[in-house]
Design a protein around this ligand. Structure first.
Ligand SMILES: [Ca+2]
Ligand SMILES: [Ca+2]
Length: 278
């Protein structure tokens, strides 16, 4: 039984941990893993070019290349993946053919100066991860996804893990959030249930808590069985460090956990307490 998640685990393939879970399950081991507490905090859609390579979040005839979000006090991690080849799943895998980037921006599209994740994914994994820590109650911002090179992927999938919640204002798809080794065929993912919502207290079947991660990610590119290998730490992980932006207008400090970049920004943010349901 484990209660661990690694944000860079593949969503659309069996990563090396998922392969290990399947291996021990095949030997008769019962493997349990926490499903996580991400509810349905995920957006997914086919990649639509809204101009200049930016994804169009509006599924209708309109074009909107920015997804409005509200970051609350604390740290929020964002994970972007798309169906492609993963280099880390087995030795010799060619890796991704498409390169996407994700960026946190002002809602009018101006850049914060490089808050986001901008790895060269070609030949590596189709994964971008970054985190933002804010010192204020509310940071109004936007997310945008850019196709840097390669073919537009059939799907972009975005998840977030927020210390105090993140407000997605539009284009909800309420997609699945359970991925990685807890989503392996041999694993049993464990959700949370309040004790009073169990058969002992008359609730049958048990009622899962709303915040438990929902299952169902597609694994369209599951690789064939391959020998396991050790996963070297990525260049991104080795070079990751914090860069800090001081939002002087609102006295909100935001720290972007991404590769070495320095930021300067003066967004006109309000210091108000959030009033929307999480
Ligand atoms: Ca559209
Ligand atoms: Ca990239």
């Amino acid at each position: 039984m484990d209660d661990v998640i690694y944000l860079e685990e593949p969503m659309f393939a069996d990563g090396i941990i998922a392969q290990a879970v399947d291996e021990v399950a095949a030997d008769g081991v019962a493997y349990f893993s926490s499903a996580g507490n991400a509810a349905r905090q995920s957006y997914e859609a086919p990649f639509r070019d809204g101009g200049s390579g930016y994804h169009d979040f509006d599924p209708g005839p309109g074009v909107n290349t920015i997804l409005n979000v509200n970051l609350l006090l604390g740290t929020t991690f964002f994970v972007l993946q798309w169906p492609d080849r993963y280099a880390s799943t087995a030795p010799g895998n060619p890796g991704a053919q498409t390169d996407l980037d994700i960026e946190l921006v002002y809602r009018d599209g101006r850049s914060f100066g490089g808050m986001g994740s901008f790895n060269n994914n070609v030949g590596r994994d189709p994964t971008e991860v970054f985190g933002v820590t804010t010192s204020g109650w509310l940071l109004e911002a936007g997310l945008r996804i850019r196709l840097k090179s390669g073919k537009p992927p059939p799907l972009v999938k975005l998840l977030w893990y927020a210390e105090r919640g993140l407000g997605q204002e539009q284009y909800h798809t309420h997609s699945s959030t359970l991925y990685g080794h807890m989503n392996a065929r041999g694993a049993m993912a464990v959700g949370a249930v309040r004790y009073c919502n169990t058969p002992v207290y008359g609730q049958s079947p048990p009622l899962m808590e709303y915040f438990s991660s929902a299952g169902g990610p597609r694994s369209s590119l599951r690789p064939p069985a391959v020998p396991r290998t050790r996963c070297a730490s990525s260049p991104a992980s080795r070079r990751r460090r914090a860069a800090t932006t001081r939002f002087s207008a609102a006295r909100i400090t935001a720290t972007c956990w991404t590769r070495g970049r320095t930021f300067t920004a003066r967004p006109p943010q309000r210091r108000t307490r959030p009033g929307w349901p999480l």
